[in-house]
Design a protein around this ligand. Structure first.
Ligand SMILES: Cc1cc2nc3c(=O)[nH]c(=O)nc-3n(C[C@H](O)[C@H](O)[C@H](O)COP(=O)(O)OP(=O)(O)OC[C@H]3O[C@@H](n4cnc5c(N)ncnc54)[C@H](O)[C@@H]3O)c2cc1C
Length: 384
């Protein structure tokens, strides 16, 4: 039987970051189990790679204030690239209500220590991106250190740095059962049994199934999100930010020689729906051309579009920390669309909780599972 101090279930970006932070803190007896034959087949490989600090709740802002500088220095710290590009996020408000909302968020972000965010006028948005239809834009907010990373590189960078320092990654190893044994845990897998002092559930959209193995009801639901990459298009600058049209949630960013288009269809319902729905293309192109008239000429190849799963919680915040009544069984789940950008902070928080039982980065009680039963939900409204 294999033994480990810490066994991590799931080799996506979250499991990889936790493994990295543990080994960086000196805990080298770490085993990551991933059921697929390669990393990145879950949500991480489907992500848009956006990173931002422009959130509405202090705890999400704090998670970003750790994570974005981490990504900025990732290559030097780990010796592997994460592909961080600080091209910004530009939120374009089309009503006074949106503008008031951005102003309140801006004040919170500045109060928390974010230096690179500013409110921008309609004229400023026009001069930044004259290609946008701006007749209904009433202003916006822009943060220069927001931007994008390459999720696959960041995930493999975390994992390679962790294995360089002693962690093990078992691919093609599905966890099929978990039992309490003495002070620790016995994990059944398709490879061999594992005895671990601590277990971390980092199974992304499949986290509720892992939690069920220990009798835990975890409020994490999969929700399909679809992305459409365009063919090469050079009439809009490739230095552009992630641009968000707040009138309908359509957003886009440069990707390779073209653009990556996103819009969260409000008609989507929870479930393990992984297929790309071809009718989505017309819906998103209509919204794209409405905000950027020259996008009427965009070409897309439906075969290159894809779908993946967000892992949604009722208040759109992750669930982090030890599960109530299950000592040594920890949760790192439910990122609600922000798991790539918050992976560095999550790795640090989980590593601190595992090794010392506390963490100074955030007030971890805000994100524990008990908040739902105790009526302490903290709603994040800035979800794309
Ligand atoms: C279309 C789309 C766009 C997104 N855009 C962004 C964005 O711009 N910015 C951002 O921050 N986030 C974004 N996200 C969200 C982000 O991708 C996720 O929050 C993040 O990848 C979650 O990482 P994870 O490691 O928890 O999950 P995953 O990457 O899904 O990893 C979980 C792993 O667990 C494995 N697993 C499951 N069950 C078992 C088992 N029984 N045994 C062993 N292994 C198991 C799976 O195979 C999987 O590899 C996006 C998501 C989607 C779908």
């Amino acid at each position: 039987m294999e033994t480990a101090d810490v066994a991590i279930i799931g080799g996506g970006i979250v499991g990889s970051s936790i493994a990295y932070h543990l080994t960086a803190a000196g805990c080298r007896d770490v085993l990551v189990m991933e059921r697929e034959t390669a990393q990145g087949k879950g949500s991480t490989g489907k992500s848009m790679g956006g990173v931002r600090a422009q959130f509405s709740t202090p705890v999400n802002i704090q998670m970003s204030l750790y994570s974005i500088p981490f990504y900025a220095s990732f290559d030097e710290r780990l010796g592997y690239p994460a592909g961080y590009r600080p091209q910004g996020y530009l939120f374009c408000a089309t009503s006074d209500k949106h503008l008031a909302y951005l102003r309140i968020n801006f004040e919170k972000q500045v109060a928390m220590g974010l230096k690179d965010v500013r409110l921008v006028s309609t004229d400023e948005i026009r001069s930044m991106f004259p290609q946008l239809r701006s007749d209904d834009i009433v202003g916006g907010s822009f943060c220069t250190t927001d931007g994008f990373v390459d999720p696959y590189s960041a995930m493999t960078g975390f994992m390679t740095a962790a294995t360089d320092h002693g962690a093990k990654l078992w691919k093609h190893t599905e966890v099929t059962g978990i039992e309490r044994r003495g002070e620790g845990w016995r994990i059944s897998t398709t490879r061999e049994e594992v005895s671990a002092k601590k277990v971390v559930n980092a199974a992304g959209p499949w986290a509720a199934g892992i939690a069920k193995m220990v009798g835990l009801d975890l409020p994490v639901e999969p929700l399909r999100r679809m992305l459409v990459p365009t063919e090469p298009f050079d009439q809009f600058p490739h230095t552009a930010a992630m641009i968000i049209d707040m009138s309908n949630g359509f957003h886009f960013r440069p990707e390779a020689l073209g653009f990556l288009l996103a819009w969260n269809d409000p008609g989507e319902t929870p479930g393990y729906k992984m297929d790309f729905e071809p009718s989505f293309i017309e819906k998103i192109l209509t919204r794209a051309a409405d905000r950027v008239p020259m996008f009427e000429n965009l070409a897309v190849n439906p075969k290159r579009a894809w779908a993946g799963l967000y892992e949604m919680t009722p208040d759109h915040h992750p669930i982090l920390g030890e599960a109530p009544g299950l000592p040594g069984f920890l949760l790192a789940n439910g990122f609600s669309g922000h798991g790539v950008m918050h992976a560095p902070a999550t790795g640090k928080i989980l590593s601190d909780l595992i090794l010392t039982g506390k963490c100074d980065l955030i007030d971890t009680s805000l994100l524990n599972l008990s908040r739902f039963a105790e009526g302490r939900m903290i709603e994040e409204t800035a979800v794309l």
